[in-house]
Design a protein around this ligand. Structure first.
Ligand SMILES: [Cu+2]
Length: 163
């Protein structure tokens, strides 16, 4: 008679598989876009200056981020980085505003997003999960001012690192 020997590791794996019902699900993290978001705020422009504040952003794959884009300046500004959009999964974009001391949502957009323009005095929230690592340097605002030069030319550029 051939004896069946089960190691502790095998027993643990079998128990996990029994709990999960399906072996392949034992280590799955579930819906990554449904976790509590990590809030990151980027200010677009400040009086007399076309800049992203901060202009170096860092994210990690697998985490849900709520990137809040606020524009306190008197000009509209873009948050544009095509390379960045290739490294993330967008859950939604929301247009929000403060009313009577409460943040209310005016609109919500779902699907792939390529760039966001925020008008003076307003804000938008970009909810996404980075899915690939990389360093991109094409973050810029392409709006052209009355001087015929783009905001990017005046320094409204930035870098995004996903680790
Ligand atoms: Cu701009």
């Amino acid at each position: 008679m051939r004896s069946v020997r089960m190691t502790v590791g095998m027993a643990f794996a079998a128990a996990l598989a029994a709990t999960a019902g399906v072996v392949g699900l034992a280590g799955a993290a579930g819906d990554l876009s449904r976790q509590e978001p990590i809030e990151v705020t980027v200010t677009l422009g400040k009086p007399g200056q076309h800049v992203f504040l901060p202009n170096r952003l860092r994210f990690e794959t697998g985490k849900l981020y709520k990137l809040v884009l606020t524009n306190p300046s008197k000009d509209p500004h873009y948050f544009t980085s095509h390379a960045f959009t290739q490294l993330i999964y967008t859950r939604k974009v929301q247009v929000t505003q403060m009313r009577d001391g409460k943040l209310e949502t005016l609109a919500e957009f779902k699907g792939a997003i390529r760039e966001i323009e925020v008008y003076p005095g307003h804000r938008a929230e970009w909810w996404f999960v980075p899915v690939a690592t990389g360093r991109v340097t094409d973050l810029e605002c392409g709006i052209v001012g009355t001087d015929g030069k783009s905001h990017a030319h005046h320094g409204m550029v930035g870098e995004i690192v996903i680790e």
